[in-house]
Design a protein around this ligand. Structure first.
Ligand SMILES: CC(C)(COP(=O)(O)OP(=O)(O)OC[C@H]1O[C@@H](n2cnc3c(N)ncnc32)[C@H](O)[C@@H]1OP(=O)(O)O)[C@@H](O)C(=O)NCCC(=O)NCCS
Length: 169
């Protein structure tokens, strides 16, 4: 039963984050993320980074998507997907938002079935669809704005230090 821990992402992790993103055929630029954001890594017992996620305040200056706290990207290495790591990272991000706001948002590409399913499994519901929210224009032409109320259970969760055990890989 391998154990993982969630901890704050460090600058020395950035190369691994970029590599992970690349392995999924995606691109990210952690050097541009603010230091006051929620930036989390999932690492194995050996210290290997296998997932990351972020949350941050965002004002998209958009007629539909409000200024507020948004879950940013979340990526899990292919061989570690389906173990609940993204859900754990989402719980940890909700715990970070909890003392800051009563509502949390996220935007998802309408073609990303796994991500949509993840948001729904975490209690998010759809607010709106658009070709763009603020400066974010969606590949494929449509994105979804999700939101969820923060409740007491969210703030009760640890942000960075809990460990999770999963089935054998
Ligand atoms: C989306 C992603 C982060 C999910 O990570 P994960 O750790 O595998 O997700 P979890 O194991 O926590 O699963 C959580 C829920 O998401 C949904 N889900 C996850 N993978 C799925 C898939 N391939 N197809 C459909 N639903 C999926 C399920 O509802 C699941 O809940 P369930 O197991 O109770 O049914 C992962 O697939 C990924 O890294 N994708 C590429 C990057 C990406 O698209 N990120 C999101 C936009 S930034």
């Amino acid at each position: 039963m391998p154990a993982f821990s969630i901890r704050t992402l460090r600058e020395e992790d950035f190369a691994n984050v970029i590599q992970l993103s690349d392995s999924l055929g995606r691109r990210c630029d952690p050097g541009r993320w603010g230091v006051d954001e929620c930036r989390l890594a999932v690492v194995t017992g050996d210290g290997d980074l296998v997932a990351w996620a972020r949350a941050h305040f965002w004002d998209p200056t958009d007629p539909v998507a409000p200024a507020g706290y948004y879950l940013g990207g979340v990526e899990v290495a292919v061989e570690f997907q389906g173990l609940g790591l993204a859900q754990r990272l989402t719980q940890a991000r909700l715990a970070w938002v909890a003392p800051r706001a009563r509502q949390v948002f996220c935007i998802v590409n309408a073609g990303n079935a796994a991500s949509i399913s993840l948001q729904r499994s975490m209690g998010f519901s759809e607010l709106a669809r658009a070709a763009a929210f603020g400066s974010v224009r969606f590949t494929g032409g449509e994105g979804i704005l999700f939101s969820r109320e923060i409740d007491e259970r969210d703030s009760a969760l640890e942000t960075t230090t809990f460990e999770i055990e999963t089935r054998d890989q």
